[in-house]
Design a binder for this molecule. Sequence first.
Ligand SMILES: Nc1ncnc2c1ncn2[C@@H]1O[C@H](COP(=O)(O)OP(=O)(O)OP(=O)(O)O)[C@@H](O)[C@H]1O
Length: 251
Amino acid sequence: MKDKMKVEKLNLFYGSIQALKDINLDIKEHRITALIGPSGCGKSTFLRSLNRMNDLIEGVNIKGKVLLDGRDIYSNGIDVVNLRKRVGMVFQKPNPFPMSIYDNIAYGPRVHGIKNRRILDDIVERSLKDAALWEEVKDRLKNSALGLSGGQQQRLCIARVLAVEPEVILLDEPCSALDPISTLKIEELMVELKKEYTIVIVTHNMQQAGRISDYTAFFLNGEVVEVGLTEEMFYNPRDRRTEDYITGRFG
Ligand SMILES: Nc1ncnc2c1ncn2[C@@H]1O[C@H](COP(=O)(O)OP(=O)(O)OP(=O)(O)O)[C@@H](O)[C@H]1O
């Protein structure tokens, strides 16, 4: 199994606060890797370090390596805009732009220079189909995206990421604001999408990690305590702290 990303001795500081300590983690291509752990343990910070979203926060200091197809994304000469195209991100709260469904999806491709209407039409249709939203919106592409339900908005945000043809998709608790039926749809979608993409998801929901992920990393106090195949970790954790967390003794 190919490593799509490889994290080596990653340390991250917010000023004098160390949020990530010596993290080593392999992210396998065409697999879903779940990041679990209690609130404040550094999952979101780690996820954001995979496409340099932390660069936008003042006072952040990062040491170590994050290799994408063997090249360190923190090395000199990396084009961050292109990096974020290759490693896309979906946030906890659906955040469609206040514009039409069509324009939301066409936004990224337009930024990257695609102006031809027919090509954009194709991208919009393909992205919405891949995000399992096309059938629900194909007759109202000109309507505002803000009129969609929460679950539809989240699939729109996934479609928006797909439109720029990423290789890796990062999702930060994408279902935490959604009802159970929308959650199930997103989970089914992720399992479908891993055929084409590499997926990393932060989730508070252990059942969700168990249902959809191939690998799980358990974070605690800014460190990865344990990482492995999800099934093995859930049924046979090696570390006592993992076991305590998984069985609900803290969290
Ligand atoms: N911009 C920031 N400035 C300073 N400290 C921060 C910043 N963002 C996060 N932190 C701190 O870094 C640590 C890790 O936070 P992070 O949000 O990554 O945890 P998390 O595991 O994702 O938590 P949650 O599940 O609550 O989102 C926390 O102690 C948090 O307070």
